[in-house]
Design a binder for this molecule. Structure first.
Ligand code: DER
Length: 235
């Protein structure tokens, strides 16, 4: 099975939890994309009715429109029944790293408003500790004096040998701009971050920081697809 087939298997399993009449947080990324199209398919087939989607990015908004999913927002639905979204990393406590697709702020707003948050991943996303695999830990910052914010983030984690890099578009080196007109500073750790709540609080205290990509104690279910089949972990 290819990685994309595994993502699709996890996504389709998650959509089995969707019931007619639900308000659904629609995730962002190549895994969540399969869940969005599956929900659209079931709506077209009449197997699901009266679904309202709350998209976690402009990209998902566009995909959901093309799939015929009625959409709304958190102002209209401040409580969301169920969110289905991917992750970049999942640790053994079901904490997540998200945001390598750049949508972490809207994802976290919507997933924090959910009664249930199903995280869908293929097996490659499972890690022992968040941030330990040397991959990006995204932090959304305001563009104003982003270098100042990046340096303060570096200082926070200097004993973890942290590197902080502005995310840029590979084709032209211009700063990546999020749906919310902000920038992303990606943090790279040489060893794992240690206490996630301490790290989270320290990052969020920096005035130029908007949000970070650690989703601590937010997922209520993780669905992992591997060659051996599907594993479902519940909080
Ligand atoms: O950027 C994001 O938050 C995405 O949800 C990411 O965490 C997972 O993207 P993928 O399903 O394309 O790997």
């Amino acid at each position: 099975l290819t990685q994309d087939e595994l993502k699709k298997i996890a996504a389709y399993k998650a959509v089995e939890y969707v019931e007619s009449g639900m308000v659904i947080g629609l995730g962002t990324g190549s895994t969540a994309k399969h869940a969005v199209s599956r929900i659209g398919e079931l709506l077209q087939q009449g197997k699901l009715k009266d679904i309202v989607g709350i998209p976690t990015s402009k990209m998902t908004h566009e995909q959901a429109v093309s799939c015929g999913i009625p959409l709304s927002d958190l102002d209209t639905y401040p409580v969301v029944d169920l969110a289905i979204d991917g992750a970049d990393e999942v640790d053994t406590f079901m904490n997540l790293v998200k945001g390598r697709g750049g949508s972490l702020l809207r994802e976290k707003m919507i997933e924090s408003a959910c009664k249930k948050f199903i995280c869908i991943v293929d097996e490659t996303k499972m890690v022992k500790h968040l941030g330990g695999s040397g991959l990006a830990m995204p932090v959304e910052v305001v563009p104003f004096c982003w270098k100042f914010s990046a340096q303060r983030l570096r200082n926070l984690f200097e004993d973890s040998g942290c590197v902080a890099k502005l995310r840029v578009y590979p084709e032209n080196g211009e700063p990546f701009v999020t749906d919310n007109e902000n920038y992303i500073v990606d943090l790279y750790f040489q060893k794992d971050i240690g206490d996630l709540n301490v790290a989270s609080d320290a990052i969020l205290r920096l005035p130029g920081v908007v949000e970070h990509g650690m989703f601590i104690n937010m997922a209520t279910t993780v669905i992992v697809a591997s060659e051996l089949g599907i594993t479902i972990k519940n909080k």
